[in-house]
Design a protein around this ligand. Sequence first.
Ligand code: F6R
Length: 607
Amino acid sequence: MCGISGVVLETGQVGPILYDSLKRLEYRGYDSVGEAAVVDGRLLVKKDQGKIDEVERELRISELDGIVGIGHTRWATHGAPSRENAHPHTDCKGTVAVVHNGIIENFMQLKQELEATGHEFRSRTDTEIVAHLVEENLKRRIGFVEAVRDAAKRLSGAYALALICTAEPDKIVCVRKESPLVIGSGVGANYLASDIPAFLPWTKQALFLEDDEMAVLTSKGVRLLKVESGEEVLRKPFTVEWSVETATKSGFPYFMLKEIDEQPNSVRNALRTDPIYLDLMASAISRAKRVFLLACGTSYHACLAATYAFANLAKVEITPVVASEFLDGYAALIDHDTVVLTVSQSGETADTLTAVRGAKDRGATVLGVTNVMGSTLTRLSDVYIGQNSGPEMGVAATKTFTAQVSVLIKIAVALAQKRKTLSEKELQVLQSGFDRLPEWLSMTLLAQKENVRRIVEKYADRISFCFLGRGISVATALEGRLKLLELSYLPAIAYPAGESKHGFISVVEDGYPVIFVAPNDEAYSKVIGNVMEMKARHAQVIGIVERDDGQVASLSDETIIMPAGIPSSLTPIVFVLPLQLFAYYMAVRKGYNPDFPRNLAKSVTVH
Ligand code: F6R
């Protein structure tokens, strides 16, 4: 996710301000940190891998001189955490420095073009090309602002960029597309940052940059421009009423709710996965004799959803295994023809890593999907993909689950393309499904928050809940159960709906709440029968159904209406949202802190 900040002062020193603002942005990333300023006509850059306080101890970033400076705290996407890959990045001559939050999709093509004209690159990041593009543009003597504007026109992807230049040392130029960027307007000083808390101690006057806009900050003022036309934009700052604490959570009472709300964006970022890595993974899987999907907890549920997609889209059988069971259950089957596709948000879960090491020792190929570049899983993997969710502060996984499922389904589709198991038409439907996911997620959040809160209020005194689904929705039901029990400490149950009549049904009595995950997919007609079985035992049914649903909705006591037309393989990504909200509101209703459930840690590094 990364955090960027910048400050232009009339007099004083940027170091203390940048350091302080980066500390407040640390929740956006914390694997590397850096600052740059123009001092005596030269660029001074201090940066390294490590948390802000570690880098501060080593480099004294809070003592950086100069009156114009930019800073960055990194959450790696392209290139592992290292000094070279830490921001700011500079051009060949050391005259332009840039910090970036986002992903530049066409960086490879631009890098090759710039290398052909003699530019030399020092990092493996997508960001560095921006410094070189601006350097190239400056050769045309068009001035710093125009050089940045021209460079921005060539970028595709998502970016909040801030740049400084020795040729015009009185200003910062910044640009925004899809990644957040907010300007703080002070007296004799102006600020920019990924988020408001970064500059709240110095000014409460803020204005947001919109997509495809840029800003020029000097100590005297802020000028906004449209990137495409260069036309001036007039926008007045507003007064921020939040405290620093509230602002860090963007006004949300808990990180969990903020992270649930971020999902339209975090899923969009997850879907930006480089096709080269998808293809590498698809090739490894298609060559293998045996493929396992390994993970723990929520990540395991993502694997379970993916298993259905691999079978149905790519016609490949993959065995999902809870990582702690893997070596006891399957060691005898692992050899050089085995692939283990391993999923871990943290990349550090002990049970997962033990399984991976055991598989490696027996000659298996390891593929990794993780949110933490530079984690142990990335080092153990032959190929890995970053899920680009940014740090997740709430202990319960929310946005990282939907990102994992998104990446895994992308791998399944890449494999289906390789194996030619889907028609052009089917591929198009899936592609348009990927494209519409952020919109479906936003619609669901908008339409269902209040409804879910109302349902929680009504059922808050129940001592147990059951979650049922069929097909790919079994994974969604299991994840809904896990969220509820870990946050509300309620003994909840989840089953494949068809299996419920083989035992669970004896628990059902008058008023017992059963939540059905019932998208309108291949399994739907059978789900109707299962709902009827529950109703016949006087269960109270909460149906999570599509907008155009008929029977399940009419049989339900409560309905949660979801967008219609989501391709079956993508339904867990959207249908899990009301279940996350259900668990969140239930925890808050019971007076528990959903960010810190008891006895749980974000990263479980013990067996
Ligand atoms: C539940 C949760 C855990 C993790 C599990 C695996 O909300 O967060 O179940 O999913 O501990 O963690 P990672 O994905 O880091 O390996």
